[in-house]
Design a protein around this ligand. Structure first.
Ligand code: ADP
Length: 220
């Protein structure tokens, strides 16, 4: 059989990571097929997901019978059992799933997943650990790094920018970063303009090459 599952996503392994992915996809309005080998977990998800089945995802045949061939996208949330994670990615690749995402618990695991056919490998613990390191040591309130060395951070305005317009403080020329937006007190974020005057306590949204953003956020 072949149903139309173009907008749907299969989430395999409904542990902490896979469960969070499935919840967010539901929230965003996508149809989700959840698969887990643990009957208790399947039971727990049965009233939240439209389709949740108990199956061993390392079996290509089982996945084929579940119609995985018709899914354009699948997320593999199995982490601790590396063998199961790799065999699941392999099965999805054999079925021709166009967009395979998989969670890795180490760089070696990630390398195997890439060679096995995963199109996107994510490292949730490593990525979150790096983010927390930035937040806990510096003045950064939030930090997002893109994989091409570009970052966006939320940070308190440094003294040198206070009581000046953004054009006067010339932060782009002096620090190589761009101020994208600015938040004052309980107000909403506003776009930064050349004539925006920065006040003490303002929160800035800064973008640029990661090391430059890090350096800028360390200024007091
Ligand atoms: P997390 O740390 O995100 O909770 P885990 O690796 O602990 O990730 O959880 C992975 C989930 O994947 C568990 O719910 C487990 O039952 C499921 N799982 C593990 N192996 C298989 C498999 N071969 N087929 C289907 N589900 C599996």
């Amino acid at each position: 059989h072949s149903g139309d599952h173009t907008g749907s996503v299969a989430v395999i392994g409904l542990g902490r990571f896979g469960g969070a992915v499935a919840s967010s996809l539901l929230h965003l309005g996508h149809e989700v097929l959840g698969i887990d080998e643990n009957p208790d977990i399947v039971q727990r998800w049965s009233d939240r997901l439209t389709h949740v089945v108990q199956a061993d995802s390392t079996s290509t045949e089982a996945l084929r019978q579940l119609g995985l061939r018709d899914f354009g996208r699948a997320v593999v949330g199995i982490g601790s059992d590396i063998e199961a994670s790799v065999l699941t990615v392999l099965a999805l690749e054999e079925l021709g799933v166009a967009d395979i995402w998989a969670k890795a618990t180490s760089t070696k695991h990630g390398r195997i997943l890439e060679r096995t056919g995963a199109h996107h490998v994510v490292y949730p613990e490593a990525a979150m650990g790096e983010r927390v390191a930035h937040l806990v040591t510096g003045r950064m309130i939030d930090f997002i790094e893109f994989d091409d060395g570009f970052a966006i951070a939320k940070t308190l305005a440094p003294r040198e920018a206070v009581d000046k317009t953004l054009s006067e403080s010339a932060l782009r020329t002096r620090h190589g970063i761009t101020i994208v937006g600015l938040k004052r007190g309980r107000n909403d974020f506003t776009y930064a303009r050349a004539d925006t005057i920065v006040e003490d306590g303002d929160i800035l949204i800064v973008s640029g090459a990661t090391p430059l953003v890090e350096k800028f956020a360390a200024l007091v």
